[in-house]
Ligand binder design. Structure first.
Ligand code: GCV
Length: 711
């Protein structure tokens, strides 16, 4: 068949398949609003006949109304008309100021952004109420109501209440002004800086809708490896244009600020944070920004890390630097998110450096500074123990930084559901009286200022995230940022129901596959607490043999320390003693290989290959077994997906099938290259029944990927 006939054939097939009349390419994300069908559709129609507005008109209310009309039109087949009063079957949007008599809403519990959804009788009519204190709350309530409808909730008995537990729920874009996205695997940056501020891509609105549907309320537009140009008047005008698009959706704009901007833009001789002229420059810059963007969120700063300028260049510390910026933003209500991701060539153990630099500064940051800490102390690995700073700086608000884009987890071609990783970090007990979630939501140490950030995986690809399943990681980030106690499994169920199918058996099969995926990537890349085995620079594929880079802590051999005697990084008292940075109970547990969970074993311990594992295997055999298990899980994911063919629209089913085949191939590559290398070091035979690697070590070492994306 020629291509044209194949295309026509596919189109015809899709036209004949009920519900699949239009090809699905993933653009609509989880806001697809396909007809519910059957009784659910009839019920929704009956419960959303008209819209009643008991709230002052604002652009945010307009956005909520537009979304409800779009959603109901899709799900129920008919958009509701606006009605002046509560009639049976109305959807009533009410804010406290104009709440109709008879509304029974616990307003005080809802705060600024929360909402209540309930079915009730109002003025004699059976209606559904979406109530909130603010228009932003109404918008979130509208999205929550649509989510309930899309996920198959019983809309006749709706009674939900929710308020976010974390104040600032932010995407961090590592987007450069030339539209290259650092660690981006979904095309170019969405921000078309060249055409801004005059030309506004309609996609900006869809971006805002998607974020608002999850409760994300801020976006840092530019890379933390920042250019000072972002702070110049032309770029501020461009950022202001984006802020204008996002404002109705409750999303504030933030910028990454380059610490040396006073020198580069202001012509000053220094960027010393204690220099009065430097402080004055930043104050004037903040005033200028707020004239352009009155609700500007604040600055995100990467300083004295990976070559970026910072206060240490002038003999000052992180608090000096952060407080100077905080002083400039404070009159306008802005915040500084100061990153704790620091490492320098002279640190003895990179995992210990951030704690060493930041913990002693606890209590010395201005009230509008938040220290932003990555989930682990190295760098977004498939698995890391939680960062020891969590719980260890009680006087300082700490934000959790997660990476949604999968720099170290197979880019956008591997299916890895990160909800499980995020949940694992949030639920980790810090040993300081609460979990990471309680540190981040401020409850452990009563901080009113709270934040959580996710490094975005969004780009110009039609499906936004580079693959269908990577959308789930954006979704999971947003849902867990709103409620860090939410379950990753439940979030996955909601995402699948909104994105792929509401049918329970198929939905649950997809969720199972997603939930298995995170452990699979740990197994086939870095089992047993190994980390940073990825190849140089691009971090694509295995490179456990790399040992020739300029800095020791760029080399995988530095991290695994494999030799004839054994493998693993000794972070106990006989080694770097980084384990002592954890609270005493945790430090004791992890300082002893017998009480360290196998998942973190080689993160903290250097052990002989013959070390006996709880499974009864030797460490050597366990390592190989786990590599094999990772590959087997990916194969199983492929089989499960294949079995869902009848449940998923043809375009997306075929696309995911292709991606899973790449993942299966690359999981084997990871397994075989790592086993070949570790065998060359250990000198041990493969356990009985294990097939030797497909190629010899030299072949894996010879692979080069000059144009890998995201660098
Ligand atoms: C934005 C890692 C990444 C870098 C990133 C850095 C950071 O080192 O590889 O691309 O830079 O983390 O978080 O600042």
């Amino acid at each position: 068949m020629t291509t044209i006939f194949r295309t026509l054939g596919l189109a015809l097939l899709m036209a004949l398949l009920p519900g699949w009349a239009a090809a699905e390419d993933g653009y609509e994300l989880w806001l697809r609003y396909r007809p519910l069908g059957g009784a659910a559709q009839a019920q929704l129609q009956a419960g959303a006949r008209s819209l009643v507005l008991a709230t002052p008109a604002t652009p945010t209310v307009d956005a909520a109304v537009a979304e409800l009309r779009r959603g109901v039109a899709g799900l129920a087949g008919r958009a509701p008309a606006l009605s002046p009063r509560a009639v049976p079957g109305a959807l009533v949007l009410a804010t406290r100021a104009q709440a109709p008599a008879g509304l029974d809403v616990p307003w005080d519990e809802l705060g600024d952004e929360g909402y209540a959804l309930r079915r009730q009788t109002l003025q004699g009519a059976d209606v559904t109420v979406i109530a909130a204190n603010t228009d932003r709350g109404l918008l979130y309530g509208a999205f929550a109501w649509l989510r309930a409808a899309q996920t198959g909730a019983d809309m006749r008995r709706l009674d939900q209440r929710a308020a976010p537990k974390v104040g600032l729920r932010l995407l961090n874009h590592w987007d450069n002004l030339d539209r290259h996205v650092e660690r981006g695997y979904a095309g170019a940056s969405l921000w078309d800086w060249w055409k801004l501020p005059d030309i506004l891509d309609p996609r900006y609105v869809d971006y805002a809708r998607a974020n608002a549907s999850l409760g994300i309320n801020g976006t840092v537009l530019n890379n933390v490896n920042a250019k000072a140009d972002s702070l110049t008047a032309p770029y501020l005008a461009k950022a202001a244009a984006l802020a204008g698009v996002f404002r109705p959706y409750g999303i504030k704009v933030y910028l990454s600020a380059r610490f040396s901007a006073p020198v580069e833009l202001g012509g000053l001789k220094t960027a010393d944070p204690l220099d009065p002229a430097v402080r004055a420059w930043w104050r004037a810059k903040a005033d200028e920004i707020y004239r352009a963007i009155p609700d500007f969120g604040g600055f995100l700063v990467k300083a004295n890390s990976e070559g970026q300028p910072g206060p240490q260049d002038y003999g000052r510390n992180h608090a000096d630097g952060a407080n100077m910026l905080a002083e400039a933003l404070q009159p306008h209500g802005g915040v500084v998110l100061w990153r704790a991701f620091v490492y320098s060539p002279d640190a003895t153990d990179r995992a210990a450096q951030a704690y060493a630099e930041f913990q002693p500064l606890d209590g010395r940051f201005a009230p509008n500074v938040i220290v932003q800490v990555k989930n682990g102390a190295i760098d977004f690995q498939p698995r890391e123990p939680f960062h020891p700073l969590f719980g260890a700086m009680p006087k300082t608000p700490l934000a959790l930084e997660l990476q949604i884009t999968k720099e170290y987890l197979g880019f956008s071609t591997h299916l890895v559901y990160l909800g499980s990783l995020f949940e694992e970090v949030l639920k980790a007990d810090t040993g300081h009286g609460g979990t990471v979630a309680r540190v981040v939501d401020g409850r452990l140490n009563q901080h009113p200022l709270t934040a959580i950030a996710g490094v975005a995986n969004i780009g110009t690809d039609r499906n936004w995230s580079g693959s269908q399943f990577d959308q789930a990681n954006w979704y999971a980030f947003g849902r867990l940022a709103w409620d860090p106690d939410a379950s990753a499994a439940q979030v996955a169920r909601d995402w699948v129901a909104q994105t792929f199918t509401r049918r329970a058996a198929a939905r649950d099969a997809i969720v199972e596959l997603m939930l298995a995926s995170r452990e699979a990537v740990v197994d086939y890349m870095t089992p047993l607490g190994l980390h940073h085995l990825m190849d140089t620079g691009h971090h694509y594929g295995p490179g456990p043999w790399v040992n020739n880079l300029e800095r020791a802590d760029w080399n995988p051999t530095y991290f695994h320390k494999a030799g004839r005697d054994g493998i693993g990084f000794d972070r106990t008292a006989t080694g770097s003693n980084a384990v002592a940075q954890y609270a005493p109970a945790i430090a004791r547990q992890w300082a002893d290989p017998r009480t360290t969970p196998p998942e973190l074993l080689l993160w903290f311990h250097h052990l002989p290959w013959g070390h006996a594992m709880p499974s009864g295997r030797t460490l050597w055999a366990e390592l190989i077994w786990r590599y094999g298990r990772g590959v087997a899980t990916v194969d199983d994911m492929g089989r499960r997906w294949a079995a869902l063919k009848a449940d998923i629209d043809p375009q997306r089913h075929a696309e995911v099938t292709t991606y899973l085949a790449v993942q299966a191939r690359e999981a084997r590559w990871w397994r075989d290259a790592c086993i070949a290398y570790f065998q060359s070091v250990s000198g041990l035979p493969l356990p009985a029944g294990v097939a030797p690697p497909a190629q010899d070590l030299a072949a894996y070492k010879a692979l080069r990927f000059g144009f890998a994306p995201g660098r």
